[in-house]
Design a protein around this ligand. Structure first.
Ligand SMILES: *Cc1c(COP(=O)(O)O)cnc(C)c1O
Length: 237
């Protein structure tokens, strides 16, 4: 499979884009999007140097946790999350990237309260207003951030987005730049709200260099590491 080579290649691409943008390459995390991968493949990725795994589905998350597959890496949740499934995710992952509605935000905080913990989260932003995708419209991001600042069970660490699939290099650069500006604006407005938003989760296999150029601090990469995925089964969670 050449997992080691793939990781090295993507990491080199991130580093080159960072240097070109005058950024410190160490400020960009490479997250392995492990959806549909086996526990053994996840273990191999961690052995090959992956330090953060991102899981999409509650079912896969639970199965891999039962297998201790993520041992040695941090674990993030990056997929669509339903409010009735938060108990399987809150407190089990270091960061939830995909808090996409006020209802979910409140549910995550309530579950964290119940566990007596504070859950680190990102707000997912639906930048392009795509019907098929979850997330706060950009103009609602401020209110959501304010709310997150008031809820005791969550710590807002930043923003995440999944822009439309890029056809050509450069296609998504304007979206990524908008995201960066949104994060800057919100941070500025929330200075006295003890919020420390330093995570910008954006960029995937097809567009991560543009994302780094625009200020991403976390690239979520699946197929460029693991190869093409089999089609996913219909969502059951
Ligand atoms: C699958 C997935 C990725 C990675 O996608 P690739 O195109 O395979 O790199 C990133 N983020 C999320 C939320 C995903 O579901």
């Amino acid at each position: 499979m050449g997992l080691r080579e793939n990781i090295a290649k993507v990491r080199a691409g991130i580093d080159a884009a960072a240097v070109k943008a005058g950024r410190d390459p160490a400020s960009v995390t490479l997250l392995a999007a492990t959806k549909t991968q086996s526990s053994d493949t996840i273990r191999a990725a961690i052995q090959a140097g992956i330090t953060v795994c991102g899981e999409n589905r509650v079912q896969e998350l639970t199965a891999h946790l039962d297998d201790d597959a993520y041992e040695g890496a941090r674990l993030h949740f990056i997929g669509h999350l339903q409010t009735n499934k938060v108990k399987y995710v809150v407190g089990r992952v270091d960061l939830i990237h995909s808090v996409s509605s006020e209802k979910l935000l409140r549910a995550v905080s309530a579950q964290a309260d119940k566990l007596g913990i504070v859950q680190d989260i990102l707000l997912e932003i639906n930048l392009a207003g795509e019907e098929s995708k979850s997330g706060f419209p950009p103009e609602e991001a401020r209110n959501a951030a304010q709310l997150a600042g008031k809820l005791g069970g969550v710590r807002l660490k930043g923003l995440m987005c999944i822009p439309p699939a890029a056809v050509r290099p450069g296609d998504n650069l304007p979206y990524f730049q908008k995201m960066r500006q949104l994060a800057v604006d919100i941070t500025r407005e929330m200075v006295d709200n003890n919020i420390d938003m330093d995570v910008l989760s954006m960029g995937m296999s097809g567009d991560y260099q543009d994302a780094v150029a625009a200020g991403s601090t976390c690239i979520r990469v699946g197929s460029a590491l693991f190869g093409p995925r089999p089609p996913m089964s219909p969502r059951k969670d």
